[in-house]
Design a protein around this ligand. Structure first.
Ligand SMILES: [Zn+2]
Length: 270
């Protein structure tokens, strides 16, 4: 029983009270300290990038890589509105050569895009901002940290955790596994909606048309349909397996556009 009382101390439910922009919910039950999660995610990201480099798959096409990094530089200054710790994050943006239609942002601001998502969906800058903003949204709202906390709990068990509540002693392997799962499993619907909203606001504030979000999800849906028609050979976009689409997604985005279009207007015409 004592343990659950301790748990309560860690419950942080803060909805941001802003006068303008979107409203989202921060993650609960963040047992693992942010610093632990970010260090572990950073190590996993580094390993992934080194593996890609060794296989010649770390894409150096300056046109595409610089484009991604420029859009990240435009979005990032607005990130602290949703998580003030983001100011200290060591952001990274890399492009991996792969037909995978995917992108992610690990805890602590480690972003990866795959050439497959740029090429297959023929993304405009505003659409890249939509997807990057959405991914950054997951990181800012600490969805990965919440999931890692859950995974670590499952892996080592609540009894063990209660003995050494000092989570610095959680083994490297357990953390590494949790960090991988944090970007390879689907998010909950509420987390998806909130990441969409953060993406809309980051886009709008950085001068990218937030209406591009509608176009992105329409493209994603068309690709999934084409994949289904092609039968077993058809590949549904991997992005949809970690970011489940739902029928109401586009409607929710459209319903929230009036909250961010004024921000876009201000940013586009300073
Ligand atoms: Zn998502």
């Amino acid at each position: 029983m004592k343990f659950w009382l301790l748990l309560l101390v860690f419950v942080s439910a803060a909805s941001n009270a802003q006068s303008e922009g979107v409203e989202v919910q921060k993650s609960r039950l963040l047992l693992l300290p942010a610093s632990t999660v970010e260090r572990s995610a950073g190590q996993q990201y580094g390993q992934l990038m080194r593996a890609a480099e060794q296989k010649g798959l770390l894409n150096n096409d300056p046109r595409q890589v610089e484009r991604l990094r420029r859009i990240a530089r435009e979005l990032i200054p607005h990130a602290t509105r949703f998580n003030e710790n983001a100011q200290a994050w060591k952001w990274e943006v890399n492009l991996i050569t792969s037909r995978s239609v995917n992108a992610f942002c690990m805890p602590g601001g480690k972003i990866a895009f795959f050439t497959g998502i740029l090429d297959t969906l023929k993304l405009t800058d505003d659409e890249v901002a939509t997807i990057m903003g959405h991914e950054i949204g997951h990181a800012l709202l600490e969805h990965g940290r919440a999931r890692m906390s859950g995974q670590v709990l499952k892996s080592i068990g609540i009894a063990a955790l209660s003995i050494f509540f000092n989570l610095g002693q959680v083994s490297h392997e357990v953390l590494a596994q949790a960090a991988n799962l944090a970007v390879s499993l689907p998010y909950a619907r509420k987390q998806e909606s909130d990441a969409d909203l953060v993406g809309l606001e980051l886009s709008a504030r950085s001068g990218h048309d937030p209406r591009a979000a509608v176009a992105v999800w329409q493209k994603m849906a068309r690709l999934a349909q084409a994949g289904a028609k092609a039968g077993a050979r058809g590949q549904p976009p991997q992005f949809l397996s970690t970011h489940p689409s739902h029928e109401s997604r586009i409607r929710e985005i459209e319903a929230n556009l009036p909250k961010v279009l004024p921000l876009y207007a201000k940013a586009a015409r300073p």
